[in-house]
Design a protein. Structure first.
Length: 93
């Protein structure tokens, strides 16, 4: 089974303004943060993330979908924000 990261981000578009306020970043940065969080959640379930698409076992994809669906802006704290931002900056170098 496959799912596009952008589809999951679109599903959670409502939490982006709250994430932006919480971490004092722009909404586009908050959207990018959410995208990274979704990709990392997928990887933690041993799903493949390539070119904006998550693939793997149907049950694991369904579990990821339910997890992301339940996220609120309170899902993330300052430590999550710092860790995900740090990991992303390392990957981009």
């Amino acid at each position: 089974m496959n799912v596009k990261v952008n589809d999951l981000v679109r599903m959670k578009r409502g939490v982006i303004p709250g994430i932006a306020r919480k971490f004092r970043i722009s909404e586009s940065q908050a959207e990018n943060f959410l995208r990274i969080a979704i990709e990392e959640a997928a990887r933690s379930k041993r799903l493949s993330v390539k070119k904006g698409e998550i693939s793997g076992d149907d049950a694991a994809i369904s579990e990821l979908f339910r997890e992301v669906e339940s996220w609120t802006e309170d899902e993330f704290d300052e430590e999550d924000f710092e860790i995900l931002g740090y990991c992303r900056s390392i990957r981009e170098e």
